[in-house]
Ligand binder design. Sequence first.
Ligand code: 13P
Ligand code: ZN
Length: 267
Amino acid sequence: MFKMKINEALKQKLDEVAEIAGYIWQKGWAERNAGNISINVTDIIGDENKSLPALSRYPLPRDMKELAGNCFFVTGTLKLMRNVGKNPLKNGSFVRVAPDGSSYDVIGPENIKPTSELPSHFSIHVFLKKKNSSKKVVLHTHPTELTALSHVIEFKDEKRLNEMLWKMHPEVFIVVPRGLGMVPYEVPGTLELADLTVKALENHDFAVWEKHGVLGVGEELVEIFDLLDTLNKSAIMYGYVKACGHQPEGLTQAQLDGLIKPFNIKL
Ligand code: 13P
Ligand code: ZN
């Protein structure tokens, strides 16, 4: 029987997953099984792999016709990010959505059940497909400082949170000028959380899941990680200054405005 063949393009993606999962663990963003990754690999998985038999089949939480026949690499539920870093194929699997968009099959190489956050991941992939977006990667993780800020009542206001993050570090305004979307608390793994996240991604590439974590989309996993790392740096510095008993001065509006032209920032 034909076994899954990991071609060069898939190997590159898996190497990237391993590298970034390792960083996420080192950053302390991945306690126990925290966080998950999905990548749309339909264009690179290869025809033979696409027709592999199902190792298991799961219903989708709702009709996702837009993903019919699409294939994804998805990290497994309850798998540890530090182990994804060591061996993605023992801690995640490739899955294929059924032609009618009502279910999906795990096609290997091992029979690993995907993340409990699949409703959010797949709803976002539907959203990205509808927009004809070149973004194919979704990362959910628990960056400590940024997540902690979502417990601060003042920062439940998206505008205030973004302004604070931009003012703490010019780099944040330069690389994430659209800021983060704020998603009010919902039970993890639900369609309610998925729908609110998709709404937030209409205007942003990142969403804070209140009192839980952060989710980002992009073309490459490394790019999402680096931007989240930059956003989290602002949260860390805010916390340091506050812990020293001071109110951070922050960049002034004029200083922020002064970045727009030299860095060609598109708002
Ligand atoms: P999974 O182990 O199912 O991926 O869940 C981890 C998580 O972070 C849930 O939000
Ligand atoms: Zn989580």
